[in-house]
Design a protein around this ligand. Sequence first.
Ligand SMILES: [Fe+2]
Length: 188
Amino acid sequence: MTTPPYDLSRFVDDLRNITRETSDEAAIIGRVRPLARELALAKTWLRPEHYRGDEAQGFGVHLLHEEPDHTLAVFAAAWLPGRGAPPHNHGTWAVVAGVDGPETNVFWKRLDDGSRPGYAELARNGQKVFGPGDVVSFLPAQIHSVVNETGVVTVSLHVYGKHLNYTGRSQFDPEARKELPFLLSVAR
Ligand SMILES: [Fe+2]
């Protein structure tokens, strides 16, 4: 008998078990990473509508799961050609696995102490291109930006400790040295 391919409901069960067993974010990330990779590669959850982007936002965000209290949020993100997301944090742990196509992640470090409301100094701290089989993860305060440098829509699987519209997270404008709220437009 062969094992059925990994699917969303088993993944969510695994997320529930992991977060029941530990609240340590680094430990959660370490356990979620291989599972998110397996789910991303299995594509059992992937639907044609997950390739739809949001022109105003630059990317489409499709909610696959969240708990009633908005924890354990799973999204498919579709990145439009040449578009991306500005530097941002997540305000919760984050694991992103490539599904279809390469996405360029730029990593940023914060230079100021965060004591001035609305003000932030950022510096670039490397970049990496992620595709299918690759996983990138972040602690709540870590900052990255994303760009799709290809000519077609790319898709990735995103897993967060909490739905990003409920974490109070920020986006950043490094040139203007501004920190602003960052809410997602989410397709249902
Ligand atoms: Fe992100």
